[in-house]
Design a protein around this ligand. Structure first.
Ligand SMILES: [Zn+2]
Length: 305
């Protein structure tokens, strides 16, 4: 029997344009073995611990939430091997929101047409060129991770109340993030979302913090099963840059779309006018973002080899 594999990924958006000196970084909390020994193996940090339930895997990920490094685009993978053999991997990406950059010109390109191919590798070969999925898959070992189609059973979101915020401000921010989800669905991702009042009933939790201790604006973590199907996730978003400057609505929306892209299974791209670029320059999805998301949700989860 294959052992379950859980992936917890943490996606971090960083803001490096502040003229103020960065706050001191939190100490990195790396996973250790039960006797406190730190183990590294090709970018994976392994740790012996207990249960391998998804909830435990996600909770365990908090223990090695490495302090983000805002001046790099992609950090090495950090992961932990549970005693059961389950793998927990924490992947942290850093990106820059270029608050004052002009809107980049939209990428023009033809929409991908449905291909007759049913073999995922053939489908990728035919349609992948208009997307950044080949780039994503080359980076992560050809593992497709995505949610199941959720048109019939909407993804259950829970929004944590913002500490100290008025209900009106909370509602406005929630609307921005719900709109960000809607933008991906309009692009062709077959995922509807629904808000739930009980966090215990949710699959995705969204939280706000005033700011992170380091110059980042948000992060996303998710857990997938052995077959690559994403089962749960959480997104944390900052209201202010580390220097205290508030993120405007456009920045919140763009960062929300970027983080949701990660939540849905997309990785960064070298297309710098896409929302999934490590340095976010745009305020909406590009055609390449849309094509990539559509194609991702026509592929089955799992390894494409
Ligand atoms: Zn990112």
């Amino acid at each position: 029997m294959p052992r379950p594999l859980y992936l917890a990924a943490s996606i971090v958006l960083a803001f490096v344009a502040s003229l103020r000196p960065a706050a001191p970084e939190r100490p990195t909390l790396a996973p250790r073995t039960a006797d406190g020994r730190l183990l590294l193996d090709r970018g994976l940090t392994r740790v012996a611990t207990g249960s391998a339930s998804p909830a435990d895997a996600a909770a365990h990920a908090d223990d090695f939430d490495a302090a983000p490094a805002p001046r790099v685009d992609i950090r090495p993978s950090v992961g932990a091997r549970l005693a059961s053999g389950a793998l927990v991997r924490d992947v942290t990406h850093a990106a820059t929101w270029l608050a004052r950059s002009p809107l980049a010109a939209a990428i023009t390109g033809s929409r991908t047409e449905p291909a007759p191919a049913t073999d995922p590798r053939e489908l990728l070969a035919i349609e992948g060129g208009a997307t950044y999925l080949p780039e994503n898959l080359a980076r992560n070992g050809s593992l497709v991770t995505r949610w199941h189609d959720r048109e019939q059973h909407p993804l259950r979101l829970w929004f944590a109340p913002t500490p100290g915020a008025s209900p009106e401000a909370d509602a406005a921010r929630t609307a921005i993030i719900l709109d960000a989800f809607a933008r991906w669905r309009e692009a062709g991702v077959p995922i509807r979302v629904i808000r739930v009042a009980d966090s215990a009933a949710s699959e995705v939790q969204i939280r706000w913090v005033d700011s992170f201790a380091t110059p980042i604006s948000g992060k996303t973590r998710w857990v997938h099963d052995a077959a690559g199907w994403i089962r749960r996730g959480d997104i944390t978003l900052a209201l202010e840059y580390v220097g205290g400057m508030p993120l405007g609505d456009a920045a919140l929306g763009a960062i929300g779309m970027h983080e949701i892209g990660h939540l849905f299974g997309l990785d960064h791209t070298s297309h710098d006018t896409s929302i999934m670029a490590p340095r976010v320059r745009v305020r909406d999805l590009s055609e390449v973002d849309r094509a990539s998301a559509r194609l991702l949700y026509r592929l089955p989860a799992g390894f494409l080899r």
